[in-house]
Design a protein around this ligand. Sequence first.
Ligand SMILES: [Cu+2]
Length: 466
Amino acid sequence: MNKRISMLFTIAAVAVMGATLFGSTYTQTQISGQSLDMSKMDIDVMDQIRQMGGLQLVMPQAFAETDCGALESTGRTVVEFNLTGESVELPIMGGKTFNAMTFSGQIPGPTLRVTQGDVVKMTLSIPDWEVTGHGNDMHASQITALAFDSVNPGESIQYCYIAEAAGVFKYHCSGVHLVGMDQHVLSGMYGIAIVDPANGYKKLMVEKTSGSGQLDRQFYSADALEFTLQFNQLYLTDGNYDAGKMFKHETTATVVNGMQFGYTPNMLHNLLITGDAGKNVFVVQPWTGLELEQYQSQLLYVENDQHVRLFIENNGNEPVFFHIVGEILDRVTQGNRVQSAATETWLLGGSQNMIVDIVFDEPGVYALVNHDYAAIYTGGLGLFVAGDPFGLNPRLVNAGILEAPVPSYAYALGNPSDAVPPMGMNSIAHPAVNIHGLYTDEVASDMKNAGLIPLWEVIPTLPPVP
Ligand SMILES: [Cu+2]
């Protein structure tokens, strides 16, 4: 069966099983009180900094534009990367909103993907209606920091650089001449560039035992199903950035790709698994309900015995102890150098990254976490679902909805767009991609026009299966 059709049929089945779903009201959150109890500070940190002369650092000279012309004529592939700086209001768990700052109306900003040796031509434009200037510091570059100075509303800058080093690299707003950089980044102005190695990724070797226990090795092609996972924090008081909390490391929310608990089940998954949309299959289901549209939580679907590659960045202010509950990280790479294999957890400091290669051996549900308990309980948790752990395939095949079992639920529901990077040289295409992320409605609408699946619209319109 055509994959797209089988997807729609599967969604139709979901719709039938969920007749009660569509008239129901979503529950904004089934866990609450994620805001930590903030005690009063003994001293006013900000006031002390002001007394010391303040944090304002002024660039010693005017912005110096790097020469795109010279690099563009080298014959290298030139990849254009266009961003806008926009302050917008976006939702936060619990049904409220916060004052966000974004690159191009989304958190994280768009993912750039190039090949080692390519020229990146970055253009940052600030709309004239924007309330503040913004800059863009791209860690994948090796050029003067002056290029990252801020751009005023109504203006734009451009710089070019060669992506010389392979790996994952943060990019982030540099504030207004560095002032407010913390606010801009921790309010959402961050993203990643993936620089694929010029010679491609390496095949994956996983050590196994076989038979009666003999040591064996399994090799997987370099081609992999890929996801991006970007960790960060929010420090908020009444929806506004609170520098006092940042200085004290008092996290209001831990986010993965911009959202707390964004990859947890919704009522649709309840319905599929238990037959009851209101019966939670997981303790944390804060983003549930078709009314939430692009914000409704979705899950990360992989096949068993499939090479999965995760591009992970710590964009935040706290360490990330990256762990997948029930799995072992088969390989950890930083830059283009293997750091570890068969390891349980890997530590990322601020502005640090890694590529994790992993094979999910058994059907099941696997939680990715920042294994810091404060981070887990404030949102640093999401779920991979490998294979068909809920036994849905036989039900769908018996009902004539699927011709044959599918190896992951991604064939039916797609994977969330904010976790799916642009395709690279060793990418396995996702069977389908649904629209999910901390996007403005304009961004979500653009994605819909580009053909991504708006599950919140597709599901209610499908006819019942006879
Ligand atoms: Cu900014």
